[in-house]
Design a protein around this ligand. Structure first.
Ligand code: 13P
Length: 287
C-alpha cells in the first residue's frame, strides 16, 4: 500500500539521514527502484514529473502500475508515490488519481501567489493524509522545459510557506537539475543553515541530487536535508548500460533483440545507482 511521505521523512529528520526520491519513466524504472528499496530495507519515494506522467499514459495508469507492483512483488517497505514539480492543476489530478504525495511548485509565482496556491492545497492534502511539498527559490537547470536560475531561497519566504503546514519544503541553495557545469559554485550551506534556523522542524528537500559530491550530500543531511531527489543519474546509468549492450552487438546474438533482454542491463544499472544513493543517504535498514 502506498503511504504518505510524512512519517518516513520525519523519521529521517530525527535520525539524521535522507530518503531518496527517484523519478520513474516506465515499468523497468519502477520495478528496479521498488526491488532495490525492498532488498535494502529502505523507505523510498517514487517521483513523477508532469512530463513523465503524460509519457506513462496519465496518473491513473501510474497509480495502477505502482499499486500492482507493490502487491505482486511483495514490497513491504514504505513507498510514497509523489508528483514532482506539480502545477496547481496537476496536483489536483494526482490527488484524485490516488497519489500519496504531491509537490506543488509555486516557486515561479510571486511569493504572495505561491502562498495562496500552496495554502489551498494544504487542507485538501491534510484531510486525505497526503504529504505536500512546497518550493521556494527556483531550482536551476532544465526540467520538462522549465528553466530555473538556481536561486538561493530567502529564509523568511521559506518560513512563510513552511508555516502554512506543508509536510516538507524544497528551497533553492544553489542546486540545479541535470549535470552540474564545470564552474558550479557548489551548494550554499550558509543559505541552508539560515533556512533551517528560520523554519525549524520541517524536513527539507534537496533537488538536483545528480552529481552533487558525496561530502556535500552528507553535509546537507547534517544541516537538515531529509529528502534528496535523483533523476538524471538513473537516466545516465540506464543509457550507458544500454549503449554498451548494443555496441557489443548483443542485440544481434540469439534472441538479444527481445526487449526483456535488451532492457535488462539498463534495469540492473538503475538498481546499482539507486542502491549507491541509498547507502550515501543513510536510508538502508530504515524501513
Ligand atoms: P536531477 O535530475 O539533477 O537528479 O534532479 C532531480 C530532481 O530534482 C527532481 O525533482
Amino acid at each position: 500500500m502506498l503511504v504518505s511521505a510524512k512519517e518516513m521523512l520525519n523519521k529521517a529528520m530525527e535520525g539524521h539521514y535522507a530518503v531518496g526520491q527517484f523519478n520513474i519513466n516506465n515499468l523497468e524504472w519502477t520495478k528496479a527502484i521498488l526491488l532495490t528499496a525492498q532488498e535494502n530495507n529502505s523507505p523510498v519515494i517514487l517521483g513523477v514529473s508532469e512530463g513523465a506522467g503524460k509519457y506513462m499514459c496519465g496518473y491513473k495508469t501510474i497509480v495502477g502500475m505502482v499499486n500492482g507492483m507493490i502487491e505482486e512483488l511483495n514490497i513491504t517497505v514504505p513507498v510514497a508515490l509523489h508528483l514532482d514539480h506539480g502545477s496547481f492543476e496537476g496536483a489536483k489530478k494526482c490527488i484524485n488519481a490516488g497519489f500519496s504525495s504531491i509537490m506543488f511548485d509555486g516557486s515561479h509565482y510571486p511569493i504572495e501567489e505561491n502562498i495562496e496556491k500552496t495554502k489551498a492545497l494544504v487542507n485538501a492534502c491534510d484531510v486525505l493524509g497526503i504529504s505536500l511539498e512546497a518550493e521556494v527559490g527556483s531550482i536551476g537547470g532544465e526540467e520538462d522545459g522549465v528553466i530555473g536560475m538556481g536561486e538561493c531561497a530567502d529564509p523568511n519566504e521559506c518560513k512563510m510557506i513552511a508555516d502554512l503546514g506543508v509536510t516538507m519544503l524544497a528551497a533553492g541553495i544553489g542546486n540545479i537539475h541535470g549535470k552540474y557545469p564545470e564552474n558550479w559554485a557548489g551548494l550554499s550551506f550558509e543559505t541552508l543553515e539560515a533556512i533551517k534556523n528560520t523554519v525549524g522542524d520541517i524536513p527539507l528537500v534537496l533537488h538536483g541530487g545528480t552529481g552533487i559530491p558525496a561530502d556535500m550530500i552528507k553535509k546537507a543531511i547534517s544541516l537538515g536535508v531529509s529528502k534528496i531527489n535523483v533523476n538524471t543519474e538513473c537516466q545516465l546509468y540506464f543509457q550507458e548500460a544500454t549503449r554498451k549492450y548494443i555496441e557489443e552487438g548483443k542485440d544481434l546474438q540469439g534472441k538479444g533483440f527481445d526487449p526483456r533482454k535488451l532492457l535488462a542491463p539498463g534495469f540492473e544499472a538503475i538498481k546499482t545507482i539507486v542502491k549507491e544513493k541509498m547507502e550515501l543517504f543513510g536510508s538502508i535498514d530504515k524501513a
